[in-house]
Design a protein around this ligand. Structure first.
Ligand code: IVH
Length: 686
């Protein structure tokens, strides 16, 4: 790789260095948002790494006060072997629970009696279903953060918290209150429902066990020893209180929340001040009715006495404050009986046990199946066939078995064992030491092949309309297709031989298959069903390689050089293309005339394979900048003209290179043309 010359290798004065540092931080924050939040990177990984490296180098040479809030601190540090314990300066309490209006009224009566007051005002907040964290800010900078743990000691997850984009590394000044020297800020880390579903879909596609619900996903992500993994998870945070607030004395909880918001902390917009308990009950009922339309899971509302003076008077008992109450919603749970546990075989051969239950209504939806994930999960919860169980739905998520109702055990229940042979093809089932899943080893297992064909045709992949699970299975069982490539050799005559396959629908299917012959390259790569290659990875690969041939001939080193592609994914790609059976299918695709569309040159690799030589000087940028721009788009810069040079860029006062280029008939372009090529407007230096 060409060693890029960046500003940090130059001697520069302090002021210039700090200006550059400021500029780099802003640029990197911008690209972080494009990459992590919007899923739409604008620059290549190489360019991003270069910016980051330059910033790290400069920060090492010219340290400043803003270092703790620099994006260099957000990317995730080296993996830890375990979390350090973290003693909370002020203990993190939990909340007493109430169910329904009567218990809420009881709470208010007790508060008023103890406070010797006719009427008490409250603050009502949604009770987020995530995990509580404690954040320490010193002089406005985020220093450390931890999970709740047992309330006295939690786990130090500082590095992971820093990867949450909505968590401010630096508090905003200019609020009506000065920034305190030291403050503990408390809140909830959570995952929204939609990104959660997406994450789970990706996990299943890539052969990993899905998370049971958004709370587990948030907790699992925040408690990752490798913060680079946390950085890829869609975590969010809302802050709802303070611990020891140092010199920031407040009069009311509402004032605390307003101040937190003014300091730049995300505060839930549904929080409201309440004049009395009747308003609180109305809020509780109303929030319950909009619960399922919220983008995140809540399991109740929290009521807090507003005046801190009264809070202090009330104090706490058995680790719960007497001034706050968690008003839980009726659980979206129901009891039913497990009639059977069946085993499904997925595209990658994973065997998934599924509970077949007596249908039961859970929060308005009739549920009769629930995934049990894997054997360990069944053993952990000791679930047996015939058991009465409690099931629940979290948001719109797949139903899960909460637990067995042991009091209903009769002794006639049957223990479940993972089959030793694949229920679909009878081949051997194995479990690798580092995996929770059991897999069928047979690459030609019909269940796997059917799933494989269904995946190939699905939306997001080749999007072959009308070819769902049923039809792909039907075609497969009728031996009309054995792999996805066979779809392109179907004929109307053959199709009409199928049960209930009317002429019109046969025509429609053939048309849909025909239409899919020029897929976008990334869709095609995703459709191939390579293990660990989900939609996002497929996009990265398509953008980087530009053609299937280039991807197929890539080695491990080239693959792992792509940001986000680690050795495991690379290995899986290499194995896929090395497998003779897959090679045969790929050749069949080619024979059928399938030709993936090369992605339109994105900003990422539009100059892939092109080499440039500069001569003369440009108005809009110096050599180093021009070189970096070319390289960030996949091109190379050489210092002298050879037969292999793609373009010579001639600025003002060009030298002998121009002549040489002309002699060798190498295209010569001007500054304007070059800027168009790199997709930038001219910014003339005044
Ligand atoms: S206040 C002393 N407010 O509920 C008050 N907690 O059992 C401590 N939670 O561990 C918590 N939303 O994880 C508070 N708006 C909210 C909350 C909230 C969710 C969670 C939090 C805490 C648990 C209390």
């Amino acid at each position: 790789m060409v060693d890029l010359e960046d500003s940090s290798s130059k001697i520069m004065d302090k002021e210039t260095a700090h200006r550059r540092i400021f500029e780099l931080r802003k640029t990197i924050e911008y690209h972080n948002a494009r990459y992590y939040q919007q899923d739409a990177p604008e620059i290549s990984d190489a360019e991003y790494d270069r910016l980051m490296k330059e910033l790290q180098n400069l920060e090492a040479l010219y340290p400043d006060d803003e270092l703790a809030s620099s994006p260099t601190q957000r990317v995730g540090a080296a993996p830890l072997s375990k979390f350090a314990p973290f003693a909370h300066p002020q203990p993190m309490l939990s909340l007493a629970n109430a169910f329904g209006a009567d218990e809420i009224k009881d709470f208010d009566s007790r508060v008023r009696r103890l406070a010797k007051s006719e009427r008490v005002d409250y603050v009502a907040e949604p009770k987020l279903d995530g995990l509580a964290v404690n954040l320490i800010y010193e002089n406005g900078r985020f220093r450390r953060g931890a999970t709740r743990g047992d309330g006295a000691v939690g786990e130090d997850v500082t590095q992971n918290l820093k990867t949450i984009a909505s968590l401010p590394l630096k508090m905003k000044t200019g609020a009506f209150r000065p920034i305190p020297e030291f403050i503990e800020v408390r809140g909830e880390v959570y995952m929204e429902k939609e990104p959660f579903e997406k994450l789970n879909r990706r996990r299943v596609e890539e052969g990993d066990a899905p998370f049971a619900n958004p709370r587990n996903a948030a907790a699992g992500s925040l408690r990752q020893l490798d913060s680079k993994i946390t950085a890829r998870r869609p975590l969010n945070i809302f802050l709802y209180g303070v611990g020891s607030a140092g010199d920031a004395a407040f009069a009311s909880h509402w004032e605390i929340l307003e101040t937190l918001a003014a300091w730049g902390f995300p505060v839930n917009p549904l929080i409201r001040p309440m004049p009395d308990i009747n308003a609180c009950i109305e809020y509780y009922e109303q929030t319950g009715s909009i619960r399922s339309s919220l983008p995140y899971d809540i399991d109740g509302v929290v009521l807090k006495v507003n005046r801190l003076e009264i809070q202090n008077l009330l104090g706490s008992v058995s680790r719960s404050p007497r001034w706050a109450l968690a008003c839980k919603f009726p659980a979206q749970q129901a009891a039913t009986v497990i009639q059977d546990i069946i085993v499904q075989v997925g595209r990658t051969g994973t065997l998934t046990p599924v509970a077949v239950m007596e249908p039961v209504n859970v929060g308005g939806v009739l549920v009769s199946r629930a995934t049990l994930h894997n054997e360990d999960e069944i053993l952990k919860k000791d679930i047996r066939i015939g058991d009465a169980v409690l099931i629940q739905r979290a948001g719109d998520v797949i139903p899960e078995v909460v637990g067995v109702i042991l009091s209903k055990r009769t002794g006639r229940e049957k223990e479940f064992r993972m089959p030793r042979a694949c229920p679909e093809c009878g081949s051997e089932v194995v479990r690798q030491a580092d995996e929770a899943a059991h897999r069928c080893v047979n690459l030609s297992c019909p269940a796997q092949l059917k799933e494989h064909i269904r995946h190939f045709a699905s939306r997001g992949a080749m999007d072959i309309e009308g070819l769902g699970e049923k039809l792909s299975a039907q075609l497969f069982d009728a031996k009309m297709i054995a792999d996805p490539a066979d779809l392109y050799f179907l004929t109307k005559e053959k199709l009409l031989g199928l049960d209930r396959q009317a002429e019109k629908s046969a025509e429609n299917l053939l048309e849909a298959v025909e239409r899919s012959k020029t897929p976008a390259l990334d869709k095609f790569i995703f459709a191939l069903g390579i293990r660990h290659v989900g939609e996002r990875t497929a996009k990265l690969l398509a953008g980087h390689f530009g053609s299937l041939e280039a991807l197929m001939s890539a080695g491990c080193e080239e693959l792992t050089a792509i940001r986000e592609i680690g050795p495991e994914i690379a290995q899986s790609i290499l194995e896929f293309f090395a497998e003779p059976k897959n090679r045969i299918v790929l050749e069949k695709f080619q024979r059928a005339g399938l030709s993936p569309r090369t992605p339109a040159p994105t900003a990422q690799a539009s100059l892939q394979g092109k080499s440039f030589v500069f001569t003369g000087s440009m108005e809009s940028m110096g050599r180093n900048k021009a070189k970096a721009a070319v390289e960030s788009l996949g091109g190379i810069v050489h210092s002298s003209v050879t037969g292999k040079t793609s373009y010579v860029v001639a600025g003002s006062d060009p030298g002998s290179k121009l002549e040489k280029a002309r002699k060798q008939s190498i295209p010569v372009i001007g500054e304007e043309e070059f800027l168009t090529m790199i997709g930038r407007q001219i910014h003339r230096q005044a």
